[in-house]
Design a protein around this ligand. Structure first.
Ligand code: SF4
Ligand code: WCC
Ligand code: FE2
Length: 621
């Protein structure tokens, strides 16, 4: 096996990887080694399994599949379906929030409620729903109907396109890229990629972009906005991160997955006096809820709940031996967690019928029974405390401080009620531009090495960084999410962030919350009366692995945002598709992807891009 020093930059991870090896527990890294080298055809994207005349693999020697499809068609179809998988994940998450809103409106649940009526009314007004003098539940019902309709086939465009600058919408309309309905675009991609349908690679990619836009401006945005309505708009607060947030003297319950619908309820149940009393009876000093991945981000942003770790920390968290239960909803939950839980006293509990794990304790979590079910789940965790083996507990290190909670509403409030001061800071060059660094870990990359390095390089250049998803924990552990981190920033960024008392790297939420970054870009473009592609901004996913990250990257590019990936998707087997992604899209949507594995070079690329955009806006470098 590879030395642990090569696998991660973090001491807490190294300690747990050593413990895993000592205890004979397999991790994601061991399994990657056993899967390497990977199939070359699959890496290039030149395999097709879309019918039983195949499967086919095409190459120079053998350039056509049985049906006659060439590498361009096969790569485009595969990439189209890949992106669609991601768009479906985010959007189905968004739909779950609409269903909770429905349960509230229909009076079927008291466990969830409308926490932020102002936000509900603000969204309603934006999407053209009358709010004046109307009772909140009437407005909520119309918002619910409108969002359900955004998933269907009857719309010319999804509602939140109301936020998009008109020039950008015109561009999309001209390209047949306007997202009409979330489920419609997803279904149409599955149709197009059936044998004998869309056999023109650029045309398939245009629809992939449309499907991704239906995610970013549709499913994800609905997910974010309704989560704010139901659980509250995030505001700045302090918290902590790394495996040190797991406490030896407490019942530790980790929430993992994406949807706050489950994790918020678990958190509420963990504060119930009877459950706390039972925990004390069993010798614990309390119940500690901590987060993993994006549902962790959701609780961190709104409730300041500590973050135990990102994607590649999820197995390692259990290996501390101090986790009583890991409660999951969906997405990015490695099935190996069930096996690793089985090596300890840890209870693995799944909560969604669409994401069941063989060997898990299953709850069919529903809005009308949420609190009752959450109490049962927390009770299982509490009882497991009695079975913990103190001899196997090893919690590495002390937690680091982080600042979180930067919603657009919070940023606007911190700026005194409008985005004007931010526009001024960009115009003056104190903040030269902004880049969102988002996405995952990937065991092929030394964990968080790129996520952290890119953020550090960018802030040195007076480029504000926004982080979401698993990059949050990376930036946090590196000490970049505290106000003191301005010492690592360039002079302009240091001045602006110092005056506001905020870090130069802002935690903007979970992966669906990339919709917040889209919204911010649209608002800035509207304020300057330009297109999003004219802004000195960029996006990056250095260590991405998932279909969802590909969807995010594509909706960023299609929205006009220059986007970096640390390694390419499986498209290199087609020159047409690759060229379109890294250059041809510039003419169509005003932005492209760029692939770069060296973060110093990637930061320089962003720097050049930002210079060009600033000059075009008449702002100097
Ligand atoms: Fe082969 Fe064409 Fe069938 Fe794909 S759709 S498996 S390329 S015959
Ligand atoms: Ni979003 Fe990537 Fe984390 Fe999963 S939770 S691992 S897609 S960044
Ligand atoms: Fe996520």
């Amino acid at each position: 096996p590879r030395p642990v020093e090569e696998l991660t930059i973090w001491d807490d991870a190294k300690a747990m990887l050593r413990k895993a090896r000592a205890e004979g527990i397999q991790t994601v890294h061991d399994r990657l080694d056993r899967q390497t080298p990977h199939c070359k055809f699959c890496e290039l994207g030149t395999t097709c399994r879309n019918c039983t005349m195949g499967p086919c693999r095409v190459s120079e020697k053998n350039p056509l599949g049985v049906c006659g499809a060439d590498a361009d068609v096969i790569v485009a179809r595969n990439f189209g379906r890949f992106v669609t998988g991601g768009a479906a994940g985010h959007s189905d998450h968004g739909r779950d929030l609409i269903e909770v809103l429905e349960a509230i409106v229909e009076g079927e649940t008291k466990d969830y409620r409308i926490t932020d009526e102002n936000k509900l009314r603000a969204i309603a007004a934006e999407i053209g729903i009358e709010t004046d003098g109307r009772p909140v539940m009437d407005v909520a019902r119309d918002v619910m109907e409108c969002f359900f309709a955004d998933f269907g086939s009857r719309r010319k465009e999804v509602s939140f396109l109301a936020r998009v600058p008109q020039v950008r919408k015109d561009k999309w309309a001209g390209l047949k890229m306007t997202p009409r309905g979330v489920d419609r675009e997803i279904a149409e991609m599955m149709h197009r990629t059936h044998m004998g349908c869309d056999n023109d690679a650029p045309n398939t990619l245009i629809h992939a972009a449309r499907t991704a836009l239906a995610d970013g401006w549709g499913g994800s945005m609905i997910g974010t906005e309704l989560s704010d309505v139901i659980f509250g708009v995030p505001t700045p607060k302090m918290s902590t991160a790394n495996l040190g947030v797991i406490k030896a003297d407490k019942v530790n319950l980790l929430v993992h997955g994406h949807n706050p619908v489950v994790s918020e309820m678990i958190l509420a149940a963990a504060r119930e006096p009877e459950l706390l009393a039972r925990a004390r009876e069993l010798g614990a000093t309390g119940i500690n809820v901590a987060g993993l991945c994006c549902t962790g981000n959701e609780l961190l942003m709104r409730q300041g709940i500590p973050m135990a770790g990102n994607h590649l920390m999820t197995e390692l968290a259990i290996i501390t031996g101090a986790v009583e239960a890991i409660v999951v909803d969906y997405q990015c939950i490695m099935p190996s967690l069930v096996q690793i839980s089985g090596c300890y006293h840890t209870k693995f509990i799944d909560t969604a019928n669409k994401a069941r794990f063989t060997g898990a304790i299953h709850f069919d979590f529903q809005p009308r029974t949420a609190m009752k079910q959450a109490r049962e789940i927390v009770s299982i965790a509490v009882e497991a405390f009695a079975r913990r083996d103190p001899g196997r507990v090893d919690i590495p290190g002390e937690p680091v401080e982080i600042m979180t909670g930067f919603s657009n509403e919070a940023v606007t409030a911190a700026l005194g009620g409008s985005l004007d001061p931010l526009v001024q800071a960009i115009a003056s060059g104190d903040i030269r531009g902004a880049v969102g660094i988002v996405g995952c870990n990937n065991p092929k990359i030394k964990q968080d090495s790129m996520n952290v390095k890119l953020a550090e390089e960018l802030i040195k250049k007076d480029i504000l960084v926004l982080v979401t998803g698993c990059v949050t924990t990376a930036a946090g552990k590196a000490g970049l999410l505290v106000p003191d981190a301005i010492e690592k920033a360039g002079p302009g960024l240091k001045k602006v962030c110092g005056a506001l008392g905020i870090p130069p790297v802002l935690h903007y939420g979970s992966c669906v919350d990339n919709a917040r970054i889209l919204q911010l870009c649209a608002a800035l473009a509207n304020a300057l009366n330009v297109d999003i592609s004219d802004l000195p901004v960029g996006a990056s996913s250095p260590e991405w692995y998932s279909e969802k990250a590909a969807a995010i990257g594509l909706y960023a590019v299609a929205s006009g945002i220059y986007t970096h990936l640390g390694h390419p998707p499986n498209i290199l087997g087609s020159e047409t598709v690759t060229n379109l992604a890294v250059s041809g899209l510039e003419d169509l949507v005003g932005a492209t992807f760029f692939i770069e594995g060296d973060m110093v070079k990637a930061a320089d690329m962003f720097d050049e891009r930002i210079k060009t955009k600033r000059k075009a806006l008449g702002l100097g470098e």
